[in-house]
Design a protein around this ligand. Structure first.
Ligand SMILES: C[S@@+](CC[C@H](N)C(=O)[O-])C[C@H]1O[C@@H](n2cnc3c(N)ncnc32)[C@H](O)[C@@H]1O
Length: 259
């Protein structure tokens, strides 16, 4: 049986181009349940699989979130969207996480606010399955399907916080993404259509039917998409505000339903 030492692991990871080889080696060693599994994990990583897919989890806003192969890995930038939501949300709110991926955003809100009613939706069966493991433990409900379509109609006019970190990469920019995203995350999780805002447009159009009066829709976009996103929100009758957090290169649009 091949036994892989820490030093050999670091050397292998470094040779494969992993910048944080020491940190990754420690994480792989603590995640592997046997020497055989460690060798397999090290091989996967050296082949370019994202560390989060190899070890099966990541830390997001201080929570341990399970991440399955092929499912979008939550970006630390999105912690700003969650922070904006926790500033607005109140205990007992109805919260929906559309395009939920792993369900990380809703999971953090459920951990930070008491007694929220949490629902999450994703069109990708692998993401919905992963989200179930992350949010059913906190009492959340996960549906598989196209944006609002699988939600119970009893939620019409009742959603206080609607999170939608939808795909927003313009189609022609996909090829410029790092290979870890391009190859190992679903195209559906990244591709937002010609200008990147196709899914966001559909979400904003229907959001006023689902939001409670005074309820909020929160989305993340790139800095250059912000103006266009504001126009989309305003056309849907939502009152938009833009927040920017330079340190994480994060831009969030919040839209409030007025009546
Ligand atoms: C950019 S990822 C974000 C995932 C998660 N919100 C996060 O921030 O980690 C976008 C997610 O939207 C899902 N998605 C794409 N189109 C969708 C649609 N029409 N309806 C529901 N989910 C969709 C993808 O499967 C993917 O999981």
């Amino acid at each position: 049986m091949e036994i892989i030492t820490y030093d050999r692991l670091v050397a292998g990871l470094r040779a494969a181009g992993c910048v944080f080889a020491e940190d990754e080696a420690r994480m792989l060693m603590s995640a592997a349940k046997s020497p055989v599994e460690l060798v397999a994990m090290a091989d996967q990583r050296a082949l370019g699989h994202p560390l989060e897919h190899v070890i099966g989890w990541m830390e997001f806003c201080g929570l341990r979130i399970e991440v399955d192969p092929g499912v979008f890995i939550p970006r630390h930038r999105t912690e700003f969207l969650v922070r904006r939501a926790t500033e607005i949300a109140q205990s007992g709110d109805v919260v929906v996480d559309l395009c939920c991926g792993t369900g990380a955003l809703g999971a953090v809100l459920a951990a930070e606010l008491k007694g929220i009613e949490l629902y999450a939706v994703d069109i990708d069966p692998r993401a919905a399955q992963c989200a179930r493991r992350n949010i059913t433990a906190v009492g959340g409900h996960v549906f598989e399907g196209d944006i609002f379509e699988p939600l119970p109609v009893t939620l019409l006019n009742r959603i206080d916080i609607l999170l939608a970190n939808a795909p927003y990469v313009p189609t022609e920019a996909i090829e410029l993404l790092p290979s870890e995203a391009r190859i190992h995350e679903a195209r559906l999780a990244l591709d937002g259509g010609e200008d990147g805002l196709d899914v966001l447009r559909r979400v904003a159009l229907e959001a006023p039917l689902w939001l409670s009066p005074g309820g909020h829709l929160l989305v993340e976009v790139s800095e250059r998409q912000a103006l266009q996103a504001v126009e989309i929100f305003a056309r849907s009758g939502l009152l938009p505000t833009v927040s920017r957090f330079e340190e994480l290169d994060a831009t969030v649009i919040v839209g409030m339903r007025l009546i």
